[in-house]
Write a protein that binds this ligand. Structure first.
Ligand SMILES: [Zn+2]
Length: 437
């Protein structure tokens, strides 16, 4: 084929493709759906509104108005949720779709990396993503694949391409820690074991790892600032710091240059302080944060993603070192959560699902948050408009308002009275399409 002919074939093909896209887009914008909402909690810090009409065109909310005065557009299909409470699709800011709540009796964490082909892990991640969507979580910030490389980028592309159902994903790919700072560990030193995160030492390697991950599709960079934890001589929780401030600063500088953000796993102590001094954007877990550190977070605008529920699973026996550590983690986490909430730290809802089996309800974390003194309204904000701000998607996700993506869920009772109702999401729409009728 001559170059000229080949070029014209390419041009014709690309014209056909773009014409198809244009007509698909036109079909999208013509599709009109109306939801009658008995009560609407819109995701903003506003009181619920009753008897609302939500008009959806294509994949976006077009209008929200009082059903008594608004009329239903001609040709619209109507979804009757007039007996239900309607909310924006929920956001979990800390998940691991490539983990499955590893059972120690079945080999625990290590078998993921040692025994399973990546295709097996990807297949299970597909199920995890579907489970999240079924439960009304229409956006996940998934904070690393635990040895499954860039698998999260592929799952995200498959969801966005419409091949598999799942939430909107913001992915962190491989995550970063240091030598001695991540499993697999405890094997003979002669063995070169695979690791669940990318290992770096020194600011040059740290920056290079961030560049690689960003280049391969990371939406966020995830860094482990602490690793092992144990009970110290005075009964205190101690955690081993990993990256230095210089190493973290290299990562943060690189990532911010790409207009992206850095999530820092940090339990307490030196590592958590380095996370704050190095300019991390969100503290993950943050089991024990001092008053001075809380003040620094407020000053710097650092997000706090506590993960309460996961620290109440799989405690060791009470009188063992592990059992004491497990109980200590849970107790300091509760106390920190209460102080951080009182100090108005920007708290987002996170679960560490994957650390918890995906068969369990994601919304159990709401019950913990409210149990530890947060109002139900504030807990809902932590999974709607507040993480939308952290994820640079204000007005697009986490609200039901004109211009937002039509990510909409419904429950059959009032979550402001009983937050546990969010464990039973009856209706899920994502991107204007009904997933759970
Ligand atoms: Zn995690």
């Amino acid at each position: 084929m001559s170059i000229c002919l080949r070029l014209s074939v390419v041009l014709i093909l690309s014209f056909v493709a773009s014409a198809q896209q244009t007509s698909a887009a036109a079909g999208e914008s013509e599709r009109c759906t109306v939801i009658r909402a008995g009560t609407l909690i819109n995701g903003k810090a506003e009181p619920p509104r009753h008897n609302q009409l939500i008009v959806i065109r294509g994949n976006r909310v077009d209008s929200v108005s009082n059903a008594n005065t608004a009329s239903i557009p001609a040709g619209a299909s109507v979804i009757d949720l007039s007996q239900d409470v309607v909310l924006p699709g929920l956001i979990d800011s800390h998940t691991h779709i490539f983990l499955q709540g590893e059972n120690p009796a079945q080999g625990g964490y290590d078998v993921n990396l040692l025994k399973y082909p990546l295709s097996y892990r990807a297949a299970r991640a597909t199920v995890s993503a579907r489970r999240a969507l079924e439960q009304g979580f229409t956006t996940l910030r998934d904070v690393e694949t635990e040895g499954a490389g860039y698998g999260d980028v592929g799952i995200k592309e498959a969801i966005d391409g419409g091949y598999i159902p799942g939430p909107r994903l913001l992915v962190a790919t491989r995550a970063i820690s240091t030598t001695g700072g991540y499993p697999l560990e405890g094997y003979a030193p002669e063995l070169d074991m695979p690791k669940g995160a990318q290992i770096v030492d020194g600011p040059v390697q740290a920056r290079k790892a961030a560049r690689e991950q960003l280049d391969h599709g990371a939406d966020w960079i995830k860094v482990y600032m602490t690793h092992r934890s144990w009970i110290g001589k005075n009964g205190e929780l101690v955690s081993q710091p990993t990256l230095t401030v210089e190493e973290l600063k290299a990562i943060v500088d690189e990532t911010h240059g790409w207009r992206k953000k850095v999530a820092c796993h940090a339990y307490n102590g030196i590592g958590l302080q380095r996370a704050l001094d190095g300019g991390c954007d969100s503290i993950e877990h943050g089991l024990e944060i001092s008053d001075a550190q809380i003040a620094q977070m407020v000053r710097q605008g650092t997000w706090y993603c506590p993960t309460l529920s996961v620290y109440y699973t799989d405690w060791g026996p009470p009188d063992t070192p592990d059992g004491k550590r497990d109980r200590k983690r849970a107790s300091v986490h509760e106390e920190t959560f209460r102080r951080a909430a009182a100090a108005k730290v920007k708290i987002v809802f996170g679960t560490d699902m994957g650390g918890i089996p995906w068969t369990e309800p994601i919304a159990q974390e709401f019950v913990r948050m409210v149990g530890f003194g947060m109002s139900p309204g504030d807990a809902i904000l932590s999974a709607t408009s507040r993480p939308a701000e952290m994820l640079d998607a204000v007005g697009e996700i986490g609200i039901v308002a004109p211009g937002a993506y039509a990510d909409i869920i419904a429950v059959s009772g009032d979550p402001l009275r009983d937050i546990k109702i969010l464990e039973d999401v009856r209706f899920v729409m994502k991107d204007g399409a009904v997933f759970k009728p």
